[in-house]
Design a protein around this ligand. Sequence first.
Ligand code: GLU
Length: 359
Amino acid sequence: MTKQLKRIAIKVGSNVLMRRDGRLDVDRMSDLVAQIAELHESGKEIVLISSGAVASGRNEIKPLKKLDAISSRQLYSAVGQAKLINRYFELFHKYGIVCGQVLTSKENFGSRMHYLNQKNCMEVMLENKVIPIVNENDAVSVTELMFTDNDELSGLVAAMMNMDALILLSNVDGIYNGDPALPESSVIREIAGKSDISAFIHSGKSSFGRGGMLTKYHIARKVADEGILVVIANGARQRILPELICGAPVVCSRFLPSKKPASNIKKWIAHSGGLAKGEIQIDKGAENALYGAKATSILFVGITGVTGDFRKDDIVKIINENGSQLGVGRAGYDREKAIALMGKHNARPMIHYDYLYLD
Ligand code: GLU
């Protein structure tokens, strides 16, 4: 890696932070904090996305009666997040570094206003040399409101904050070209362009967190396509972060960034497909136009249906007559105005082509 990596998102998974017995591995945390402090000292802007709330809480409290999956996750994360951030605060404090907690949820990525508030919060922290430590607000985000895992969250944060690199730290060295347990398998060191290596990936999940290598792979591809370098590396390796940043030949999987980075707005739209607030249905003519040679906006004349409760600038899905999703875009109008303009000529587009992302 080269010196021009100035802004770096680092995601630390539960498996990196937990010992085998399920306790928070404070030595590992302290070691990672030391590495991050070194990068911070050298002028890098770091955003840390840390899992470990649920796992730390599980070890701290025994529920008085049997709880369902949602309640136990809420209880554990509420307690565990407090413990986790406390530890980070103390550890960074030793280096004279201030860190701060940002808890977020899917909702904050679907609405433009929340998205910009959140971005502003992290920008002001970075400007003031504070390290944002981000996690999902697990205590209140449940079931369909949840991110798939913190890999998804870290991809969103990397795109939102215009990161130069996203480093996903896990308890393996990277993506293997076979079963990692077999001696003949080795780590795929570089993934460039459209090469599809998903067939190599085992679908096993990590034991403490929600993620797995397959989600890491999909997120890594998407983020690299947006012009951000993504690295999957082993968080248990000594000095992994400084070595990665200075370009030492450490074993890891690197997803090379696309040469044509997407604009910020396109990044947001591309990542926010699952977070759409509404749906715009278009007729066959409009659908055909979308796939023509010319960049085309979604015009009201081709809109046959508007559903959901969205405001101007929120993300909406674009669906065809059969209900299949064609892509996502940024709404040019609130729901009420969109309904009033449906089928009309001579109105500004519902979704301008600059704010449109086809699947
Ligand atoms: N947000 C969860 C936690 O801190 C982890 C989610 C994941 O495993 O990716 O416990």
